[in-house]
Ligand binder design. Structure first.
Ligand SMILES: CC(C)(COP(=O)(O)OP(=O)(O)OC[C@H]1O[C@@H](n2cnc3c(N)ncnc32)[C@H](O)[C@@H]1OP(=O)(O)O)[C@@H](O)C(=O)NCCC(=O)NCCS
Length: 307
């Protein structure tokens, strides 16, 4: 039976356009070399690159755009059509099951002065509509699990799933954000046609069903893999948690500030979070959510299925 995907695609475009209007931005595909050079400038600023460093050569963006990959720019409607963000994504083949194609989103960056106005949300919804229009059903990307804002953005605002923990995925990264900090990443998978993504695309947050008092009870019931939610503190793995049932795992407040001002503490968080998450995943846990206050929620497969 053929499923008519036209309504889903039309709705995804409408959701993307509504988000762009709300953020007062226009999002366009970038096709010309001068636009790719402008996008490269955005990445240089967002990742604090030194002269001569490049995350994404302009020639590569040019050929990717020409060959039908996703290269898009975010223009500020309130400031003379200025470019304030950009994203690049390429087509990738599924490992399992073989034969399928999805989109892998390699770089998404918004200028810091544009943060907080939901323009990044609008950009991801534009990418979703673009992918659905081309028959794609899934977007993957990686992000640093220590960055609270990105964890919340990916899981609660977009409704994407964390599917794997990748240790030191990119090796040593020379850019000003990542230098000396290892490059562990969570692999995200965004099911573009799921009910959960539709809810998120309407602007509803997908937050774990953990009430503040429930969070307290998990904390006091030895259900915490790692604590240290307050700013500037060392990660504390404490005694081994009581495995079975949901677990919480803290992330550091403001990891970027720690990396600048207390790089050893930032590195301690890298190793502590790596140990906590990979250890629990090795016991059959999955990351199923992220709270606004900075906790990963982990559940065992069956618990998650029961919901
Ligand atoms: C990730 C990024 C693209 C998001 O773009 P943005 O324009 O900031 O996104 P939005 O304004 O739509 O959403 C940002 C969200 O971050 C989250 N956030 C920000 N600060 C947070 C904090 N202290 N704690 C928890 N969540 C936080 C929130 O979900 C916030 O949305 P909200 O204010 O509606 O709750 C942008 O922040 C960015 O370029 N970051 C640097 C580069 C990067 O990390 N890129 C992604 C990996 S390639």
């Amino acid at each position: 039976m053929t499923i008519d995907t036209a309504p889903l695609i039309a709705k995804a475009h409408a959701q993307a356009e509504a988000a762009a209007r709300a953020a007062a931005v226009t999002i366009r595909e970038l096709t010309e070399p001068k636009d790719h050079a402008a996008a490269a400038e955005i990445f240089t600023r967002v990742w604090a690159l030194e002269p001569g460093q490049s995350l994404m050569p302009t020639g590569l963006m040019r050929v990717m755009a020409y060959e039908g990959c996703y290269i898009a720019g975010v223009y500020d409607d309130t400031c003379g059509d200025r470019l304030i963000g950009a994203a690049t994504a390429f087509l990738a083949s599924d490992v399992e099951p073989r034969g399928g194609i999805h989109l892998h989103s390699h770089i998404t960056g918004m200028l810091p002065e544009a943060n907080g106005r939901h323009a990044g949300f609008a950009l991801k919804l534009h990418q979703r509509a673009w992918a659905l229009s081309r028959g794609l059903r899934r977007v993957t990307w990686t992000f640093d699990p220590l960055v609270r804002a990105n964890a919340y953005f990916n899981m609660a605002k977009l409704g994407a799933d964390a599917t794997a923990y990748l240790v030191d995925f990119y090796g040593d990264m020379p850019d000003g954000v990542n230098v000396g900090q290892g490059s562990d990443r969570l692999l995200m998978s965004w099911a573009l046609d799921s009910a959960r993504t539709d809810v998120a695309a309407n602007g509803t947050r997908i937050e774990p069903q953990i009430e503040p008092q429930n969070e307290e009870s998990l904390l006091s019931a030895n259900k915490v893999l790692l604590s240290g939610i307050a700013p500037g503190v060392m990660p504390d793995s404490g005694p081994p948690p009581d495995f079975g049932g949901p677990l919480l795992c803290a992330t550091p407040a403001a990891i970027q500030t720690l990396r600048r001002d207390a790089p050893e503490l930032a590195r301690s968080w890298r190793f502590a979070l790596r140990g906590a998450l990979t250890g629990a995943m090795g016991r059959g846990y999955r990351i199923t959510g992220f709270t606004r206050s900075g906790w990963y929620l982990l559940e065992q497969h069956e618990e998650n299925e029961r919901r």
